[in-house]
Design a protein around this ligand. Sequence first.
Ligand code: GLN
Length: 474
Amino acid sequence: MNTFSISYPTIESVQKALLQKEISCSSLVDDYLKRIAQTRHLNAYIEVFAEEAKSQADIIDQKIAAQKPLGKLFGVVLSIKDNISFAHHTMTAGSKILQSYQALFSATAVQRLLEEDAIIIGRTNCDEFGMGSSNENSFYGPVKNGLDESLIPGGSSGGAAVSVQTGTCLAALGTDTGGSVRQPAAFCGLFGYKPAYGRVSRHGLVAYGSSFDQLGVIAHHPQTIAHLMQIMAGADEYDATCLSEAPPDYLAQAPKKPLKIAYFGQILANEALHPTILATFKDEIQRLAQKGYQVDSVDFDLIEYLIPTYYILTTAEASTNLSRYDGIRYGYRAKDVHSLEETYKKTRTEGFGLEVKRRILLGTYVLSAGYYDAYFAKAQQSRRLILNRMQAILKDYDMVMMPVTANFARKIGTNSTPVEEYLSDVFTVLANLTGLPAISFPVANSIDENVISFQFLTLRERENLLFSWFVPSH
Ligand code: GLN
């Protein structure tokens, strides 16, 4: 099936078609379900909520027929990553250890979307606990990229990206701790958004690195993401780290003015950057300059610290966050055990995959008394340094532009070493280390027909610039 023969509607066009009775919500959901069936081999979904989605669609059709009030998201069909709670539905975070765990409540963001009549069609495959960049670390097996089935879709929200890419839903909710929304969106030719830290409640998300985690959205159109942000963003009494200030109007036009865009000269000099991506990045700089924007190379000499800082801090947070999976409170419990300690050991040995174990070990090590100052405390200091530097740059510039990845999507099963895999996150972790909002966007096809994507980062005070930028007048 050629996934790109499908047209990808906007929220406005779906709602218009529904109100003018050109389509019914039931037929819309049936179409999505058909496409899910046709693309099942890509392994994007772990579970499809077919019957429930159909009955929700019936309710919308009845409301339209009776001219009853409709929520702002009627006709909007979404997929959710398997680490986001949806009340009374299984949620496993792609892990055996959470097998058969039922969410007791819906994540605040999900609840807000449901209250506006959004429909959730299924839960998508992902790297176990969000740990990975290829979606090969899932207990449910790898996800295939719809552009080329031999390629990874990126990760950890690989299923989310493919669910949108193949037209099985209008948009997907994912989570981005170090790039897991933006990188798979990039490898699948889509827009991926990581909001400012604290903009969307983390209540109901499976915690990986709590000071990094953010819920994000993948879609074909930036305005679709803006619509969903408009509903999901904002303070939540269940998440104390949620920003208390009112979120921006994501659908508003940012004031028109000549924008100043920065990029890091050091990145262009980096040998690891694929020559085609480098050439496209240079073209993009030129294109923006020709449009009248000020585009400058600025100094950012902290690039080599990004990956060590990110992986020290996130593994530390993960090792504590994952201590709750002990075989007593959640999901999987090992059989034939004779003591409490044996229950813990055997459950965690059998329940966690290799990458998750590696990170728990790393995190426990950097937090241990003898090494805390050398690693964890140092990483906290460099995180502050990185934030200060970015804030200084964004005082002078409206946005920073960067590549999303240094390379194209690789083939499934051609796993590099863990360290090489970690290094591939170098451009995405910056937004999470600093809590800055970032949007990734596709710009071009290279000769190999792989998509090339770049990203914009900005200050959270200017978050809506990341959306209004893409309105055609720019
Ligand atoms: N690839 C990164 C990691 O494995 C990012 C994952 C994420 O954003 N959830 O930590």
